[in-house]
Design a protein around this ligand. Structure first.
Ligand code: SF4
Length: 255
């Protein structure tokens, strides 16, 4: 299949099938609550995971809960989230987001009402909030509510461009629409979730920005980047490719 895969859709579906086998099934339980997913992802922009977690934990330690964060003096909130990249920008955004959630629910700090909303309405409502783009909104809607959307981050984007699923000029923002239009008729929300997670891992663990680890990659048989740099994948190169992610040798994959 990999040797004859040529159209963007064929490549995306081959990627899905092969990475599904390579990385295995992804745990279905959401990794965090919807509120935490939303605020943590906001804090994560251009920030390491460790610093994002530190900012989130310090914020809740300092102010106790969401009403406390909303009522916090701005300078103290900025100080609490100082490990994030732009604390002075993110702090008023967090309080604005909390105000909007409170207004929508009549007082509670929950996003559970989104479960009953149509996907387009939920997406619009989230992306109207300050600092919330397509990626963050899609993460919340897919991870927590299993809506049929597809978050595209830098890792997913890079893998898709190198394979030739996306053209070289398609931005991360535009890729949300292009990939979802392509894959929504083919994959249910569980499939979209696995597609996102597998390609995220692949970009993070193998298809690095600099010097991708192509010998370890099971996608080399239909990857444009590989062909351009090494020529068509040989039977020997394909046969030498590991069949599965080896957690014992290469490390545990992030949740
Ligand atoms: S063959 Fe190399 S460039 Fe292509 S997807 Fe795999 S790691 Fe990335």
């Amino acid at each position: 299949m990999a040797q004859t895969t040529s159209s963007a859709l064929d490549k995306a579906l081959a990627d899905h099938q092969i990475l599904n086998e390579f990385y295995g099934p992804v745990p279905k339980a959401p990794r965090r609550t919807p509120m935490r997913e939303l605020i943590s992802t906001l804090l994560s922009h251009r920030t390491t995971h460790a610093d994002e977690e530190l900012a989130y934990d310090r914020m809740l330690e300092a102010f106790g809960d969401w009403p406390g964060v909303l009522a916090a003096p701005l300078d103290e909130l900025i100080h609490a989230i100082r490990t994030t990249r732009w604390p002075a920008t993110q702090a008023p955004r967090i309080q604005d987001i909390l105000r909007r959630i409170q207004a929508e629910t009549g007082g509670e700090f929950t996003l559970d009402f989104l479960a009953d909303w149509p996907t387009e309405r939920a997406m619009q409502w989230l992306t109207d909030m300050p600092g919330i783009g397509l990626k963050t909104a899609s993460l919340v809607l897919l991870f927590n509510f299993r809506k049929p959307v597809l978050p595209v981050d830098a890792h997913v984007h890079r893998v898709m461009q190198r394979l030739g699923v996306l053209g070289p000029k398609v931005s991360v923002e535009k890729a949300h629409e292009v990939l979802l239009t392509m894959l929504k008729p083919e994959l249910d929300p569980e499939g979209l979730f696995n597609f996102h997670k597998h390609n995220y891992w692949h970009g993070q663990q193998i298809c690095f920005f600099q010097r991708p680890n192509c010998p370890r990659c099971p996608l080399k048989g239909f990857c444009n980047y590989y062909t351009e740099h090494f020529g068509p994948a040989t039977p020997e190169a394909l046969a030498a490719t590991p069949a599965h992610w080896d957690a014992a040798a290469w490390g545990k994959l992030p949740h």
